[in-house]
Design a protein. Structure first.
Lengths: 338, 788
């Protein structure tokens, strides 16, 4: 039996040293040491041996087991070591990664989000208003003359019931003041509509961001500080900004705001990005009339309002030359803003 | 409006200002400078003497030109439109053209060129077709900027009609600078006319539309071409020279801002009246077109016919021609609303109507007539009647406005001194009448009809003082979040989540057409709101839902080669119902596979359950899908999406026939949610649950059930079972065979795995067996199922 075991040990040692994979070793372990393995079968014969043979056979059996076991374990370590080394050698790290979706929000939304964030840092809260509006909210309350061209059916979309699609988000100024006591400090993003043929620079529906701040002693200096901060947040601290006197019916004084656009290889150019001004006293009076009180008395409160065109801001920010790209939603376009 | 710098120079000395200085002054006073047309230095008049082909280039020619010096100059030129003897602009080396291009002496294909012959567009004009051929009378060697004055193209806001003339701009510049006006030019005639008021010759029948009408007759004039100075002057600002009389009326308009009209007196029959047009009255105007007038239009008429549409355009038959001998000169005050309305309804806008619409200066009406009369006598001879006939003499009382300097400082947010304010207003020619308690009253000049309130004075002070000189304030108060703030954040979060899992956000316009509305398969579209005055057939209604827009986007992208489509849009829809006329919706469109890669070369195309999984992810609460009993032509099936039995939106598969129309290669799935409802249902704060301390035990169930029995029934039973040990359950396998080969085709097999746990101790296998058996028998009792 001892001899038999010695032969088995020889076979096992040889087989183990010839093995190349962990799988082969697992099989060898079963072949020799498994429940039905060669060594196990021989061990079962121990009980048939004579008393004097047993100690030597037992010793040989234990030795065989432990040597095979050690050899297997050593070989496993040996193979693992070799395989571990290969890992670093066999990988082509230059193959492309398995892609995850890479999608950004629509450029208009990104622009809006930035502007809203900046204005919220200054303490503005959001307000909403409907897009289908009354003529009163869109024009009368905003000090627009009866025969102002914007009221024409050639310029503004109307409905059968006499209401219209708001031509600016300034309607929310009126709704906010109707429903809230001063002071108010709000912004309102939303759609506005003009009866314009769609082309490279016009859309019949576009997006604005409106702002209104009414309190005691709100001044032109507040307006300037707010809009400078906003535009610097969007276009960078270095951007040059100018306020140019202009005319709007609902503000007095009124300004347009230009930023100096420095496109590469081109002469720097002032581009209009916003309209703003001090709320016209007539707007307050009209609001008071509809509220039936005098809480927005032009003698007691003052305020400023502004409106930004989001399409315009996005086009300047990303150098987009055709406004229609912003409503076509071509993946090849959208993907660039990821 | 074009303004000539030379012409302005007659009113104000601007020699110390560069064009850039003036640009800045005007821009910051609220007058937008759209363009400055200025001839560059070192561009002169030259005459072509010889033209020879270039030896090495087919398209070039070599010219010798006379530039007024002793020797001819050799120029290589690429244009074709000129001949020997033509006078053309020559840019000599050192000249800098508009686009920053500077002229150097150079060799073109081996031939020396000592300068460049220019097109109009190279010198700031519009015409880029070949060389600019100049009038032959120009003297060789003259710099072009001596011939063509610098022109400012200005955009005047509608509140400032007083700036629609050279005099007006000069007045404005004098307020903005330290330059004084040179003093009013002398318009008065040597022989002061008698002013005869309310003569019946000009009878105003519509005084509410015309409050002042004056006429002056000049007899025996010579109608000829205008002299050179007048012609170039009006041509320099973009007007066409007609004849001396018409040119004079245009000149006076551009000088004073008052539109005039000259009639051929001998074509008029009887006395003139200003009356409303008759309904349907036909009128042939100077532009040769026939106009159909209405009673809203105001006309000037003689006894038999209309001779002008008041303030807009004269008649074809009564205008000044070379045969005219006697001129009737009209200068009048037509009121803005009437002219605006007529101009718009007739679709006819002229320099004259433009000014009347905005408002002219009533105090200049007679002065303008006199200036024109004086010029006519000088340039066309003749003799002026002694009287100016005036109808309805206009009595204009000047307005006054008070200014409280403290209020002004508060509006500006800046400590401007009282004296600074006074100087600004005086510079604008307002007259201080009175000061009491620091509050001053100011008389407003007749031409500043835009100044009516104190706020208008604040504007003037801010404008002239310069907003650059006002500091920027950074102050404010803490803001409360509004409901709109929360809703905005809710939409931002949803949108960011959708982009992060690969959905492109679209933004489409909210106008749509009746035809497109059929694609809105997730909304009720019966009440879609129609626009009364649509601009085109494809934008006639307000969108009742978002799916049509997403189908459009899908089509566009399919046609450019996209395969996998993942889009969402958030925005206003217009269901048109009394209860919710406008609502905020979110729509999702999904079709085709995710992006493929070398690791996953052919990913599975999106199916209905891909869509459902996305909706389950973005909605906080458990949602239920219930097949809806709604048929729409463009949908294969429609599903209601509900939270706690409340429908918050719909999902659908687009009908394959519709998908094929847009060349889709994979099924298209869509969903649309009413965000107002989802927002109201959003979960409140998350509360942390203790982590389990004891292990769980899992048991699987495989069951066979009728094909038509929805999974919801199984989940309902499992959810309602009263078991303290059942922690959760999860479907992990579904099998059916439509062919019936491997399983009865009316049946399906569903496998669930159930997780049991006791929070207080480790479960024993035996007690789980008992509990599991209880659940199986519950399922068996309540549903027609068998276990496998």
């Amino acid at each position: 039996m001892v001899e038999e075991l010695e032969n088995i040990l020889k076979d096992a040692t040889l087989a183990i040293s010839n093995a190349c994979t962990i799988d082969e070793l697992d099989k060898l372990r079963l072949t020799f040491l498994g429940k039905k393995g060669i060594v196990t079968i021989i061990a079962a014969k121990m009980k048939d041996l004579g008393k004097e043979e047993k100690p030597a056979a037992g010793k040989a059996l234990n030795k065989t087991r432990s040597v095979i076991n050690d050899a297997l374990e050593a070989k496993v370590l040996n193979i693992q070591e070799k395989e571990d080394k290969k890992i670093g050698e066999n990988i082509d790290v230059t193959l492309p990664g398995n892609p995850l979706p890479r999608v950004g929000r629509h450029p208009i939304s990104q622009m809006l989000s930035e502007a809203v964030n900046a204005l919220r840092r200054m303490g503005f809260s959001l307000a909403n208003g409907p897009e289908i509006e009354t003529e009163w909210h869109c024009f009368d309350a905003l000090n627009t003359p009866e025969d102002h061209p914007a009221r024409n059916e050639s310029d503004t979309f109307y409905f059968a019931d006499g209401r219209l699609l708001r031509t600016h988000t300034s309607t929310v100024q009126i709704r906010t003041m109707q429903n809230n006591e001063p002071p108010v400090r709000i912004i309102s993003p939303g759609a506005a509509y003009r009866r314009d043929e769609i082309d490279a620079t016009h859309l019949s529906q576009f997006n604005q961001l409106e702002g209104l701040y009414v309190d005691k002693n709100v001044s032109l200096a507040d307006l300037k500080g707010t809009l400078e901060y906003l535009l610097h947040s969007i276009f960078g601290k270095e951007t040059r900004i100018r306020f140019r006197p202009h005319f709007f019916p609902f503000t007095e004084p009124s300004f347009e705001i230009d930023i100096l656009l420095q496109a590469q290889g081109k002469q720097p150019k002032w581009i209009e990005v916003a309209g703003c001004g001090m709320v016209d006293p007539n707007v307050f009076l009209e609001v008071n009339k509809s509220r039936g009180d005098n809480n927005y008395s032009p003698d007691q409160v003052s305020g400023f309002a502004f409106g930004l065109g989001l399409e315009r801001l996005a086009m300047i920010r990303w150098g987009i030359s055709d406004i229609r790209l912003l409503i076509e939603n071509d993946i090849r376009f959208l993907h660039q803003f990821a | 409006m074009k303004i000539s710098l030379d012409w302005l120079g007659e009113h104000i000395d601007l020699t110390s200002y560069s064009a850039e200085d003036l640009d800045r002054l005007l821009t910051f006073s609220g007058i937008e400078v759209e363009n400055i047309i200025m001839m560059p230095d070192k561009v002169i008049v030259a005459e072509i003497k010889t033209i020879d082909p270039h030896a090495n280039a087919d398209k070039l020619s070599v010219c010798m030109v006379d530039d007024g010096t002793k020797d001819l100059r050799q120029i290589v030129c690429g244009a074709q439109n000129f001949k020997i003897g033509d006078k053309v602009p020559l840019a000599v080396p050192g000249a800098k053209l508009g686009n920053g291009f500077s002229i150097k002496q150079s060799k073109l294909r081996g031939t020396e060129s000592h300068g460049m012959l220019c097109s109009q567009s190279e010198l700031g004009g519009n015409d880029d077709q070949g060389l600019w051929i100049l009038p032959t009378e120009f003297k060789i060697g003259t710099p072009l900027n001596k011939i063509y004055p610098t022109i400012f193209d200005l955009e005047i806001t509608p509140n400032r009609p007083d700036c629609l003339s050279h005099l007006g701009i000069a007045r404005e510049l004098s307020a903005l600078s330290d330059k004084k006006l040179k003093g009013n030019p002398d318009y008065t005639l040597s022989e002061t006319p008698q002013r005869i008021a309310n003569k019946s010759e000009a009878n105003i029948l519509s005084p509410e539309k015309c409050s002042l009408y004056t006429t002056r007759i000049i007899r025996n004039v010579q109608v000829t071409e205008s002299p050179h100075w007048l012609k170039t002057k009006i041509e320099s600002i973009g007007l066409r020279s007609i004849n001396n009389i018409v040119d004079i009326t245009n000149y006076v308009m551009m000088e004073m801002g008052q539109p005039l009209h000259a009639f051929d007196f001998n074509t008029l029959e009887g006395g003139i009246c200003v009356r409303p047009a008759k309904e349907g009255e036909k009128f042939t105007a100077l532009d040769g077109l026939n106009y159909n007038l209405s009673t809203d239009d105001l006309v000037i008429a003689d006894e038999n016919k209309a001779i002008a549409i008041a303030g807009i355009m004269g008649g074809a038959d009564t205008g000044i021609t070379e045969k005219s001998q006697d001129v009737l000169l009209e200068s009048a005050y037509f009121l803005s609303p009437s002219i605006r309305k007529s101009s718009r309804s007739l679709g006819l806008s002229t320099d004259s109507s433009y000014r009347f619409e905005r408002g002219v200066d009533p105090s200049q009406i007679i002065g303008s007539s006199e200036l024109a009369t004086k010029l006519i006598l000088e340039l066309a001879g003749g003799k002026a009647d002694k009287e100016t006939l005036i109808s309805n003499a206009y009595e204009d009382s000047l307005q006054s406005i008070s200014l409280d300097p403290d209020k002004c400082r508060s509006v500006l947010g800046h400590n401007l001194k009282d004296q600074e304010m006074i100087e600004i207003l005086e510079g604008l020619r307002l007259r201080k009448i009175e000061i009491r308690d620091n509050i001053s009253d100011w008389e407003i000049p007749s031409y500043r009809r835009d100044l009516t309130r104190t706020a208008d004075l604040h504007e003037e002070i801010a404008r002239v003082y310069g907003i650059d000189n006002i500091p920027s304030l950074h102050a404010g108060w803490f803001a409360k979040s509004s409901e709109a703030d929360h809703f905005f954040d809710f939409i931002e979060n949803n949108s960011n989540e959708l982009s992060s899992i690969g959905f492109y956000e679209t933004r489409t316009i909210k106008l749509t057409s009746k035809l497109k509305i059929d694609d809105c398969v997730c909304t009720d579209n019966l009440n879609a709101i129609a626009i009364k005055n649509p601009l085109s057939d494809d934008l006639t209604h307000m969108r009742p839902g978002l799916i049509a827009s997403l189908i459009d986007v899908a089509e566009r992208n399919l046609h450019q080669g996209a395969e996998g489509l993942r889009f969402f849009e958030t925005g206003t829809v217009f269901p048109g119902k009394e209860t919710s006329e406008e609502a905020q919706h979110l729509a999702i469109l999904i079709s085709g596979p995710e992006q493929s890669s070398w690791i996953h070369p052919s990913p599975t195309p999106a199916g209905f359950f891909t869509l459902k999984g996305i909706l389950e992810r973005i909605i906080d609460k458990p949602i239920e899908f219930i097949l809806a009993d709604i048929k729409q032509e463009n949908a294969a099936f429609i599903v209601n999406i509900a939270i706690d039995n409340k429908v918050i939106g719909r999902a659908a598969q687009i009908a394959p026939s519709r998908a094929r129309q847009i060349d889709a290669r994979h099924p298209i799935f869509v969903a649309e949610l009413n965000l107002d409802l989802v927002f109201a249902e959003r979960s409140q704060q998350v509360i942390y649950q203790e982590l389990p301390k004891y292990p769980s035990i899992r048991r699987d169930i495989a069951m066979e059930l009728p094909f038509s029995l929805p999974n919801r029934e199984i989940e309902k039973v499992l959810r309602e079972i009263d078991s303290s040990l059942l922690e959760s359950f999860k479907l992990f396998d579904l099998f059916y065979d439509e062919t019936g080969n491997r399983m009865d085709k009316n049946k399906k097999s569903i496998a669930y795995s159930l997780t049991y746990r006791n929070d207080a101790r480790t479960l024993k296998s035996a007690e789980v067996d008992t509990e599991h058996e209880k659940i199986l028998s519950e399922l068996r009792t309540k549903l027609p199922i068998e276990f496998r």
